[in-house]
Design a protein around this ligand. Structure first.
Ligand SMILES: Cc1cc2nc3c(=O)[nH]c(=O)nc-3n(C[C@H](O)[C@H](O)[C@H](O)COP(=O)(O)OP(=O)(O)OC[C@H]3O[C@@H](n4cnc5c(N)ncnc54)[C@H](O)[C@@H]3O)c2cc1C
Length: 379
């Protein structure tokens, strides 16, 4: 770990106009004038929310940092990130912070408190709002996960700015410093570019598996700022009574993280047909997924759905079995490295975008592929 990382404790992050900047816990200031916080010139830098669950950073954080770094370089500004949660070992915080720095952050803000162990809308919103008001980033990037989707709109409304949700591409207009926030609309039929031209910060939630998520091991230098908030801001109107883990057939590999995904669609014909899909996925060391039509037919749970209203993935290999490739499905898998389509209809969109299009009945083709792989594995 780099020894050059600077660490600051307990700096006020509530309001940069506040005279009591040195000790946040004594500060009680709050922003009351919405014109004050929407003065564009005062806003500089990019802030990424470093989402974690029970201490583990979400994969999308690395994607946001990679993208945030590029945007920051284009704007010739700094990239900060905020880690909210609870780590009982100080060393863990340093390791996580250094990981964030290595992946592009110049500054890491840490808010560590036992009451923040589980995500809560109220307290997490309060903390991020405080930091935004104090640091005035011109862009805030938040993951389009359940957590991000839940608290990003609260943050935007609290600081009188706009929010572009579920973005799949972010670009900078270097002249105006406006962020072009691009996302599918009208059932994915067109891509809309959303601007927040008058207010700052520009807040976007960003879908996972869109940007490069390669973790870097290169040591970078950065600063770590610890801060405590006013205890009343840590209060929440909700309470987490327990945490039930999603029990997944694949147990260890999440669809979003899998290198190989084998998906079944309406062409599977019946729920039993997914046994064949599972067998192919297993022999390839991959996971099962599905189209909405298969989910709607109750052949498989909605947690496996890929697409606009499901998950977004970018595996090395995506095998679509009996999936026609409608736009609402394709927005969730189009960035896969290799697309293999097995379909009776060679004219359907999935066969057109496929790297390898196998025309025929999946019940004839898949057993042949499985047989070949078994043979190959034996030799
Ligand atoms: C607002 C909105 C949101 C949506 N969100 C999503 C989403 O997130 N994800 C999603 O997937 N869809 C979504 N949809 C639905 C989407 O429009 C399509 O209806 C759906 O993706 C079709 O699924 P499919 O390709 O499995 O079925 P179909 O379009 O019916 O295609 C079945 C395919 O299977 C082939 N086939 C049939 N039998 C066989 C066989 N034995 N062997 C090989 N091939 C065979 C056929 O030739 C056909 O191409 C959404 C729709 C709307 C309006």
């Amino acid at each position: 770990m780099s020894s050059e990382v600077k660490v600051f404790y307990n700096k006020c992050v509530e309001n940069s106009f506040c005279e009591n900047k040195s000790d946040l816990s004594k500060s009680s200031c709050s922003v009351k004038n919405k014109n004050q916080i929407n003065n564009k010139i005062l806003y500089k830098g990019i802030l990424v929310y470093a989402e974690q669950r029970h201490g583990k950073l979400a994969n999308i954080v690395y994607e946001l940092l990679n993208n945030g770094r590029k945007l920051a370089d284009e704007l010739n500004t700094t990239l900060s990130t905020i880690l909210i949660g609870y780590y009982d070992d100080e060393n863990d915080i340093k390791i996580k912070s250094q990981e964030l720095i290595n992946n592009g952050a110049d500054k890491v803000y840490v808010c560590n408190n036992p009451v923040l162990f589980e995500f809560q809308d109220d307290s997490y919103t309060n903390i991020l709002v405080q930091l935004i008001i104090r640091e005035k980033p011109e862009i805030v990037l938040i993951s389009a996960t359940n957590i991000g989707r839940s608290f990003a709109p609260r943050i935007a409304s609290r600081i009188y700015t706009g929010l572009a949700a579920d973005c799949i591409l972010l670009k900078i207009d270097s002249e105006t410093r406006n962020l072009q926030q691009i996302r599918p609309v009208l059932d994915g039929k067109i891509m809309a570019t959303i601007l927040t031209p008058d207010n700052r910060p520009q807040i976007s939630t960003v879908r996972s598996n869109i940007f490069n998520k390669i973790k870097t091991k290169k040591e970078r230098k950065g600063e770590i700022f610890y801060f405590n908030t006013n205890p009343k801001l840590l209060k929440s109107r909700t309470e987490t009574l327990g945490f039930i883990k999603n029990v997944d057939d694949e147990k260890t590999i999440k669809i979003e993280d899998a290198d190989v995904v084998v998906a079944g669609g309406k062409g599977v014909g019946e729920s039993k047909g997914f046994e064949l899909i599972k067998e192919l996925a297993k022999i390839l060391g991959g996971v099962v997924a599905a189209s909405k039509a298969a989910v709607d037919a109750n052949w498989i749970s909605s947690m496996y759905q890929i697409g606009q209203t499901g998950r977004t993935i970018s595996p090395k290999i995506y095998i679509a079995c009996g999936i026609s490739g409608q736009i609402q499905h394709n927005v969730g898998m189009a960035s896969s490295d290799i697309i293999i389509s097995i379909n009776k209809d060679h004219t359907c969109p999935m066969m057109q975008i496929a790297t390898y299009a196998l025309k025929g009945d999946m019940y004839e083709i898949i057993p042949k592929i499985i047989k070949k792989i078994k043979l190959y594995k034996k030799t």
